[in-house]
Design a protein around this ligand. Structure first.
Ligand SMILES: COc1nc(N)nc2c1ncn2[C@H]1C[C@H](O)[C@@H](COP(=O)(O)OP(=O)(O)OP(=O)(O)O)O1
Length: 134
């Protein structure tokens, strides 16, 4: 995981990630962001879900979630993130995005998740959640 140093979610413990660039697939983006933010090359990331975030103002963002269990390199701090190792049995949910406590345990159980979370415009409160998984 990472402690995010700037931007949306600054100070939260979250995962390497970011916006898909032009002519880039979500998979390529996941690989690039892990390298940029913590300096590791993830191997064979597997898609484990799609999460839609909606805000009251109508803004909609889709997050593609990938899980990698192997990587090359040593994780290191960047301008954007401090890498941290956590135990999957003791996840720091209090310092994570609130939606993580709904979908992350499912992903760690091996499920594919498809969720929709609605937030206030300032991202401070989650108003509704709907999660399907297989
Ligand atoms: C709103 O709730 C969120 N929940 C969760 N679990 N994760 C979120 C939420 N909002 C954003 N994220 C994730 C998605 C990405 O992995 C990161 C980064 O998001 P974002 O693209 O907004 O942040 P930037 O650091 O500005 O991205 P760039 O690297 O493209 O600049 O957080």
């Amino acid at each position: 995981m990472i402690k995010k140093k700037r931007g949306l979610g600054e100070g939260l413990i979250t995962f390497p990630g970011g916006k898909v660039e032009e002519n880039e697939t979500p998979l390529e983006c996941a690989i690039r962001e892990a390298e940029e933010e913590v300096g590791i090359k993830i191997i064979n990331p597997k898609k484990v879900g799609v999460i839609t975030f909606k805000q009251i103002n109508g803004n909609v963002q889709v997050m593609h979630v990938y899980l990698a269990t192997e990587f090359i390199g040593l994780s290191k701090e960047s301008d954007e993130a401090i890498p941290i190792w956590v135990s999957r049995n003791d996840l720091p949910f209090k310092n994570m995005w609130i939606d993580d406590r709904i979908w992350l345990p499912l992903v760690l159980e091996g499920k594919y998740v498809n969720c929709v979370f609605e937030f206030t415009d300032d991202w401070k409160f989650m108003i509704s959640s709907l999660c399907e998984f297989t």
